[in-house]
Design a binder for this molecule. Structure first.
Ligand SMILES: [Zn+2]
Length: 322
């Protein structure tokens, strides 16, 4: 009898191992799914060796790692220049993994185009590799000012994917238009704004005529006007873009475009909204009247339904004090 028992127990061992193996496969499968879901960024070469990583136009989530925005990188003859570092630590790693599908060259510099989370929350990931982080004085001030409030909201929205994120503002700053040469490539950092936030920093490649505009330009998606936005100055900042005469603009959100595309989806909307709201204020109307503004001309833009009413309220609130 006891021999049989031993045999039965011995028979259990392989099936236990098999079960463990299956559970292991299941966990590995989950992890693989996670990795797959963590790669919604779409890689596009907008000029020779100049790449855009186009993020999804949805809210931050555990799946998109708060990389719901565009990023960019340029491969020079000896290194890589990265534009914006992602919305979480995991998001920063995801951006690097996309770069590694193109080149093994080291990243030499990270530029932050703005103070919104996805522009800089991944800085620490690169700083720990000894990579410099650079932005403008105004953008850095915005990063410092809104760090805690943005940590609160982004950590809640990204849940488990927030793990390890410790947002560090850029450590080096420029206060005016600054030319840099990196790996033989000439770039210009151009501080503008306040616009969408307290101060955006444009990255201009004069040889390629490519502009990384950060959140100064949105395409295909309705731009968001928040309490930190200054829409009158945002409109004025477009003059800087026009003077550059870019052939390609990589916007903060949406597909790469040209100047007329940027004007259609961003500039025209800002001008339209300010003139409509201005009319109501001149007529002595209350804020509630903004719901009567017919914004349907821009209803082709993604997230229109969720955002257009709030945008109008925000413009009204500010214009009352202009
Ligand atoms: Zn943004």
């Amino acid at each position: 009898m006891s021999g049989i028992r031993i045999n039965r127990f011995a028979g259990l061992l392989p099936s236990l191992l098999l079960s463990l193996f299956i559970v292991g496969l299941f966990i590995a499968g989950l992890l693989m799914t996670r990795v797959t879901q963590a790669k919604p960024l779409q890689l596009t070469e907008v000029a020779p060796d100049v790449y855009a990583l186009i993020g999804p136009m949805e809210q931050r989530s555990a799946q998109n790692l708060a990389n719901n925005a565009n990023f960019g990188f340029i491969v020079t003859h000896d290194s890589v220049l990265l534009i914006d570092s992602g919305g979480t630590l995991l998001g920063a790693g995801d951006i690097e993994s996309h770069i590694r599908t193109v080149t093994d060259k080291p990243i030499q510099l990270v530029i932050n185009t703005g103070g919104q989370d996805h522009r800089w929350f991944g800085n620490r990931y690169f700083a720990e590799q000894g990579i410099r982080t650079l932005t403008s004085v105004k953008t850095q001030a915005d990063q410092n000012a809104r760090r805690n409030s943005q940590i609160e909201s982004t950590s809640a929205l990204t849940a488990a994917s927030w793990a390890g994120t410790d947002p560090q503002p850029a450590t080096a700053v420029v206060s005016e238009t600054t030319e840099l040469t990196i790996g033989g490539l000439q770039i210009e950092l151009i501080p503008v704004g306040p616009a969408h936030t307290g101060g955006e920093t444009l990255v201009w490649l004069p040889e390629h005529k490519v502009l990384f505009s950060g959140d100064l330009v949105y395409t295909g998606r309705m731009l968001g006007i928040g309490p930190q936005s200054q829409h009158r100055d945002w409109i004025a900042a477009f003059d800087t873009i026009r003077q550059l005469a870019p052939q390609v603009i990589v916007p903060g959100h949406g597909q790469p475009t040209d100047l007329s595309g940027a004007e259609k989806d961003t500039y025209d909307y800002l001008v339209f909204l300010r003139s409509e709201v201005g009319r109501l204020i001149d007529a002595g109307e209350e804020m509630s009247a903004v719901s009567r503004i017919d914004q349907s001309r821009f209803s082709y833009l993604e997230v229109y339904e969720q955002i257009h009413g709030r945008n109008a309220q925000q413009v009204f609130e500010q214009m009352e004090w202009e």
